[in-house]
Structure formats: C-alpha cells, structure tokens
Design a protein around this ligand. Structure first.
Ligand SMILES: *Cc1c(COP(=O)(O)O)cnc(C)c1O
Length: 348
C-alpha cells in the first residue's frame, strides 16, 4: 500500500526533519495501458490516471506538500481562491492536518455542485462580491497579513509535489516515454513534469525528457495563441484559464523538449471523453480528455508517429462533472415492464 508521496519520494523533495509527513495515500496512481486506443492510433498509449487520487485529481500531489510546509512554517490555516479541484484538495488536506481551510470564490458565480467536496471536507466557503482576480488578490492579502498560508498555484511547493507523477512514470516504465501529453490550464503541471523528468535525468534514472505536448481548449488557449485571453470559455472548466500563472516556465519546457502546444474544440473534447470511456473503460473529466482528443486530431493530420510510446495525463476523475459528460452521452432506453419489450431491446 502507498504511504503517500512525502514518504515515498521525500529524499527528492525540499523537506526538513521538521516537515510533517502528511499523507492521504496520494500518488501511486495506475499507469493504464490503453489497449484499444493504442490499436486504433497505432501507438503504445498509457493513461496516468491521476483521477484516482484521494480527492479525484492530481492536485493532491501538490497540496500534500503545500499543507505540510505550511504546518512546518507555523501557519494556523490555509486559504485558496478556487471553485474547483484546488479547493477540494486544500479542504481535504486541511481536515487531515486539523487546521481550518478558507475557500474564497466570486459571489454570483457559485457552482455549488463543484463545491460539494470543499463543503463536505469542512472548508469555510466565502463568497465575495467581485471577480476572480479581485478574489485572488484578497486571498493573497490574507496570507500576507494573518499568517494564513495561500495554496493557490502561486505556492511553489505545489509544483514540487506534482513532480512525483513523472517519477512514478519512469519508475514503472523503466525510462521516460517518447511523448507526454497533458492538459494545460495555469501551466503548473506541465512545468512540474518537466522539472521532475529533468531531476530524474540528472540522477540517471531516465535517458531523456519526453517531448511535452500541452493541450488547451480552443476557447481558452493562451499558450497556443501566444497572447492572454480575457474571456476564456470551454466545457473543460478545470482549464478555463486565460492568463496561465506559469506560462514562462511552460513555454520553456515545451521548447526544450521540442514539444508543442495545441488546442482542441469542446466538441472534440466531449467526443474524446466518450471514446476513452467506451473504448478503454476510463471515465476522466473533460479537461483530461483534451489529451485523447489531441492524439485523435494528430492522427488525422498524419502527425502521430507510428509505434511511439505516449503517456496521457488524465488529471481528474469524470465523476466530478457528470452534467458535462451527459451532454453527449446516449440517453437510457425506457420500456414497459414486459418481457417482450425487453427482449426486443436486447436483440438490437
Ligand atoms: C488544475 C487542473 C488542470 C490544469 O493544470 P495546470 O497545472 O493548471 O495547468 C487540468 N486538469 C484538471 C482536472 C485540473 O484540476
């Protein structure tokens, strides 16, 4: 059984003797061979299914680190501005650590469904009359003035913890893959993978850094377009970001590995979600399915080399957002309670 990433990879992380080794047994997620999709696309594809982390997304890898360091540094509470996976993870690790968690979100923009996790883990959810930028500003101010640790993407320890996924992939495959395909929102995770592979390369634990393919949604593709987007829009809410915090790091990572950024449409994302689930049995959230959509797109463009080893990072669990999944999924068939009716359907 996994002990969590601080216990498994502590020697590779900036921990001290005083850092508490928090763990909800995050990390150690499966690298699942995508047997059927591999056949379809003539590659060797794997899914790093990080939707199987404790709160259902890769955010737990960074959050365990951020909350542990916050405790070490004497913080009495944590705060974040988010309505998504970050707040779910912050709330869970704060509960585990026994300190309060404050989640700030813009009022009137309250998607309560997405906040169910934060609420159930006991976070204090505060709606603020202002836009997201203002809310983040207030969260930063709270962290400066009151000894509350901010665990948004600006927290450097998050990216440290997120490196662990690249190490797990190399440990399991015995080397790095040819390509790593990953959704890009604030661009922290792709940067963390780059640093993680680079660290392993320096230790002789892999022979190269894979080509990094960063995928965005068409309506929120600042890295592809090379400029910031003021009104990002996409069904993949986890990557609905117009000004990525780590855009410089991510640009460098892609350039160094001769990778690329590309975008896929909402329609392609939703089709890929159904394709992944129906073809290889994995239900991932829309943001994660940009990876599969991009492979399908590259194959159509004859830009997917035959036989390469590709790892798709499936960042979050599909169960987090069933409403979106049902937009394209077929509806249940309703029949009368009679054997003849059932038999007819079963024969179709
Ligand atoms: C946060 C998140 C992303 C984007 O990661 P970044 O580090 O912001 O680029 C992608 N998918 C899911 C499910 C997420 O929660």
């Amino acid at each position: 059984m996994s002990n969590g990433i601080l216990n498994k990879y502590g020697s590779l992380l900036p921990l001290t003797e005083k850092t508490p080794r928090l763990s909800l047994c995050e990390g150690d997620t499966p690298l699942i061979p995508l047997k059927n999709i591999s056949n379809d696309l003539e590659i060797k594809a794997y899914a790093k299914f990080d939707g199987l982390n404790p709160t259902g997304s890769f955010k737990d890898r960074g959050m365990v680190m951020a909350v542990s360091k916050a405790l070490e540094e004497g913080a009495k509470a944590v705060i974040c501005a988010s309505t998504g996976n970050t707040s779910a993870s912050a709330a869970a690790y704060s509960a585990h650590a026994g300190i309060p968690c404050f989640v700030l979100l813009p009022a009137g923009n309250v998607a309560l469904g997405k906040l169910a996790q934060a609420l159930i883990y006991g976070a204090r959810v505060i709606a603020i009359k202002g836009n997201f930028d203002r809310v983040l500003e207030l969260a930063r101010q709270a962290s400066g003035d009151m000894g509350i640790a901010i665990v948004n993407s600006v927290n450097p320890y998050r990216l440290w913890g997120q490196r662990s996924a690249s190490w797990e992939i190399c440990d399991e495959l015995g080397d790095s893959p040819d390509w790593l395909v990953i959704p890009v929102g604030n661009a922290g995770n792709i940067s963390a993978y780059y640093d993680g592979f680079d660290q392993y390369l320096g230790m002789g634990k892999c022979s190269s850094i894979p080509r990094l393919i960063g995928v965005q949604a068409e309506g929120a593709a600042p890295m592809v377009k090379g400029c910031m987007i003021s009104d990002p829009e996409t069904v993949a809410t986890a990557i609905r970001i117009g000004c990525p915090v780590s855009h410089l790091k991510a640009s460098n990572a892609v350039k160094q590995t001769e990778g690329r950024f590309l975008s896929v449409s909402d329609e392609e994302i939703l089709q890929a979600q159904i394709y992944l689930a129906g073809r290889d049995g994995i239900f991932a959230e829309p943001a994660s399915c940009t990876t599969i959509a991009s492979l399908v797109k590259l194959k159509k463009l004859h830009s997917l080399p035959v036989g390469i080893k590709v790892v798709c990072v499936l960042t979050g669990n599909g169960l987090k957002d069933p409403d979106t999944a049902l937009l394209k999924a077929p509806s249940p068939i309703e029949i009368n309670a009679e054997w003849e009716s059932l038999r007819e359907v079963l024969q179709q």
